[in-house]
Design a protein around this ligand. Sequence first.
Ligand SMILES: [Zn+2]
Length: 471
Amino acid sequence: MEDEVIIGLEVHVRLLTKTKLFCSCENREVEEPNTNVCPICMGFPGTKPMLNEKAIELAALAALALNCKINKTFSFSRKVYFYPDLPKNFQITQYDAPIGIEGELMLLKAGRKIRIRRVHVEEDPARLVHVGGDITSASYALVDYNRSGMPLIEIVTEPDLKTPAEAREAVATLALVLGHIGVCDPSAESAIRVDANISLAGGKRVEIKNITGFANVEKALLFEIARQKQLRAMHIEIEQETRHFDEIKKTTSSLRTKESEEDYGYIFEPDLLTYHITDSMISSLAPALEELPSKRISRLISKYQIPENYARIIIYEGKNFADFFEHTADIFEDRIMLAKWSVGDLLKCLNYNRIDVSQAKITPQSYAEFLSMIKSGEITERLGKELIKEFVATGADPRRLAERYKNENFENLDLTQVIEATIKENPKAVEDYRKGNQKALQFLIGKVLEKTNNTADPKKIRDMLNARVAQ
Ligand SMILES: [Zn+2]
């Protein structure tokens, strides 16, 4: 019998605030190590944390989006452990009263809901940079405290996930939901980090730490299931342990054994007051909840009159892409054309360059200009499909791009000569066309277009071909 697989996730999400959780340092990645720090996030003796209210708002928003019950009164705890990433030797987190409990998340592909156990707020520890290898093989480690004190929420699911693919879908869905309502920016590096707990039915639980990337969540779990099944087949007991996922080798390796929540000391955080979430704060979050993916899909359909499948793709690409679409729709009237190009060639080029639309140098203005050039017939659709590649990759002015392309190519070439050459090279197609075969005409038009690098007007080619072949 196949062993049943049981998976639960702890997803750490960096909140989109301006400043860190307990100090006024900026909440953004800074390249130069240890420059975005202050005595509070460095944990100097005598410093006291000041709670960032925006982080609480975003955490409450996330909890509401996940249909959690909200703990309107909560406090913070110190999770005590000794590790170089933690300057105070404790992490400020929420233990007995998390901000949200008992929520749920709908997985569309899996076709069912999974339960969310809790959503709580905590500070990020510092970042360890392992030199000369990964965490298991490096000769030494450097500590960068820039990340120390950045605001996170940790979302803990019940062990309801049954396959690595479902776990991947759960993380991707969380990223989508939290991205659209402005809780986090999933396109930012390490904005979402996952610890995955996995066991085979009746076996001990293994935790894989710190996985980034949706695909890696699936790969790490696939490897771990295979490893555990192999041990079981050899009648070797699976140890309860924490493992590390190697992104390059796609394998996991042991970090430490028999660690559990009881190994940490939790004590009340006396430097922070008990906090109350007011009803007015909750009602102020209502507009953001209108941006949940399902609601935003409906809005896109009714506001721009675009087909549902386009609206779905646009929303499922994430907030940045949907925002880009809407900003372009404000200035470009043909929304169907806009939607079609966006989910087609634009997306294809972004994926090819492996960039988010926010990282591409194109703007809603330049994209709208590019589309109007096609709509007005200034450039052909086929040339548009060529130009968009460079347009997305470089962000160059589309009008200049088209001019340069035409100059470099066949604008000045005599179309009559190109047609003569094409007829000469394809006698069979010409013969077929003379017999009335329309496909042969299409074929010939295609050949001529190819020779002009898609710069010539297909209608003009058709007319000229017709006249020439009829002779
Ligand atoms: Zn600071």
